[in-house]
Design a protein around this ligand. Structure first.
Ligand code: NAD
Length: 492
């Protein structure tokens, strides 16, 4: 049974355990100890204590940077182990997991550099003061992560929060609980003081809730569904603590009449079917201009049919299993409901079968033609290899359809006309816009959502500032007592 990390102690909790199930074949990937409420309490206390120790509190930024570099080197050295664990936990193709190990190491290196950029301003004073602002860590950060890409999504929280000088209690998803434990191990090996990174395992309803509500937590950083995010935001609001929320999406991927068709087709496939559609930024609404609609749909449908659904270990697999059997059932239910509401399956729509496909949580890549933009499939996040295909007439029609969702995470625009692309990029409400490309997320570029896709930003320099508080300091330059109480000018 895998233990969780509190301070420098690997714990078994009070004996309760849970399993991570391998979605490739239904076998048990790992059995894990479940943290209790009192373990969560201890983890927050360990973080607080570590934060207050001079070894961390007074550490110079460049020394913190060195620790982050060591963490990055250890990720590189353990890249294959991390990749194998992630793929076993959530079924992602092994090539994508390997790529993510590399990206995670890069995130630590980037924030090791950003660490030394917390320069602040000297503010011209309106009185006789020397006035400056400076940045301090927020304190104890609760980091809560989803299951779709724990290697990168957890690193995206740990690296900036550590660079900013905080202490962390990480709770990974119960579906993919193992990467966080590896990160806990690597943090200790890198030489972070015990308690700076604690990792508790268990379910959102118990461990996650206890963590967010803990009075010793100073900030929450959450990536996950909008429903959970709203619940967490309520607790954080009640406690008046800052909260980063990276939530769901239903992003439009738009093809104008003048687009490079082959480039756009690949962009659509990659946008929705990579990682079996389990990406917050998946291009799950494919919007095609009417002049090319029929030809484009025919080309896209045949390209989708040609995608190989199979084992994440096969080099030519395009669509591997989804993360769990439970999630497969959820996706299938969505598709059935969409079909019953009038959507037409251009391809997919049923469970794939034969050989390995019978054992795992596989979903056929599915394109649903939707004519009624008000139907639920056009609005709700499915988080699987399922896209809605819709038609638009002109730009005004496009903006109406594209913005007709509660989400605002990302958007893809495919056109040869960059003036048009620029207009569309400004009119569509989304945190990230790609023109003639899709799903690019670079660590030095801020990332986050508009509308119900979230609050706050990860990545970029601002991504570290989110984990800091700004302090203003006034130094009095005048001699003598402060002129108070005030005296009348002609008083003797
Ligand atoms: P989820 O919201 O069910 O769970 C996410 C994490 O929160 C898990 O660790 C879970 O245990 C925990 N949790 C759930 N309820 C909680 C509560 N009340 N208090 C504290 N913790 C709680 O999401 P998921 O199913 O794991 O992930 C899929 C979702 O994540 C999708 O909606 C997807 O769009 C979103 N996501 C967003 C981004 C982004 O950057 N915007 C990235 C990846 C995934």
């Amino acid at each position: 049974m895998e233990k969780f990390l509190v301070g420098d102690e690997w714990r078994s909790g009070n004996g309760e355990s849970f399993e991570s199930i391998n979605p490739i074949d239904g076998s048990v990937a790992a059995t894990l100890a479940q943290a209790s409420e009192s373990d969560v309490d201890d983890a927050v206390r360990a973080a607080r204590q570590a934060l207050e120790t001079p070894a961390w509190r007074d550490m110079k930024v460049h020394e913190r940077g060195k620790l982050l570099h060591r963490f990055a080197d250890l990720i590189d050295q353990n890249a294959e182990t991390l990749a194998q664990i992630q793929t076993r936990d959530n079924g992602k193709t092994i090539s994508e997991s390997r790529f993510q190990s590399k990206s995670a190491a890069d995130m630590f290196r980037y924030f090791a550099a950003v660490c030394e950029t917390t320069e602040s301003s000297v503010i011209p004073s309106r009185g006789n003061y020397f006035c400056f602002s400076s940045f301090e860590p927020v304190g104890v950060v609760a980091a809560i992560a989803p299951w779709n890409s724990p290697i990168t999504l957890e690193a995206q929280k740990l690296a900036p929060a550590l660079a900013a000088g905080n202490a962390i209690v990480l709770k990974s998803s119960e579906v993919t609980p193992c990467i966080g434990l590896q990160y806990g191990r690597l943090a200790m090996e890198a030489g972070f003081p015990p308690g700076i990174l604690n990792v508790v395992t268990g379910f959102g309803a118990s461990v996650g809730r206890a963590l967010v509500a803990h009075p010793g937590v100073d900030m929450v950083t959450f990536t996950g569904g909008t429903k959970s995010g709203r619940e967490i935001a309520k607790v954080a609001g009640e406690r008046l603590i800052p909260c980063i929320l990276e939530l769901g999406g239903k992003s439009p991927n738009i093809v104008f009449d003048d687009a490079d068709i082959e480039q756009a087709v690949t962009g659509m496939l990659f946008g929705i079917f990579s990682n079996a559609g389990q990406s917050c930024i998946a291009g799950s609404r494919i919007l095609i201009q009417e002049g090319i609609y029929d030809a484009f749909v025919a080309r896209l449908t045949s390209a989708t049919r040609a995608l190989k659904v199979g084992s994440p270990y096969d080099a030519d697999t395009a669509v591997a299993p989804v993360s769990s059997f439970h999630h497969r059932d959820h996706i299938e239910h969505f598709v059935e409901r969409a079909l019953s509401q009038g959507a037409v399956a251009l391809c997919g729509g049923s469970r794939p079968s034969g050989g390995i496909l019978d054992k795992g949580a596989y979903v056929q890549p599915t394109l649903l033609e939707v004519t009624d933009e008000r139907s639920s499939v056009a609005h709700e996040e499915i988080f699987g290899p399922v896209a809605c295909v819709m038609k638009f007439q002109d730009e005004e029609d496009l903006y109406r359809i594209a913005n007709n969702t509660a989400y605002g995470l990302a958007c893809g625009i495919w056109t040869a006309d960059y003036k048009k692309a620029f207009r569309a990029a400004r009119r569509i409400k989304a945190g990230t816009v790609w023109v003639n490309t899709y799903k690019i997320a670079e660590v030095n570029v801020p990332f986050g959502g508009f509308k119900q896709s979230g609050l706050g930003r990860e990545c970029g320099i601002e991504g570290m500032r989110e984990y800091m508080l700004e302090k203003s300091t006034y130094l009095n330059l005048a001699d003598g007592p402060i002129p108070w109480p005030p005296r009348a000018a002609n008083a003797v």
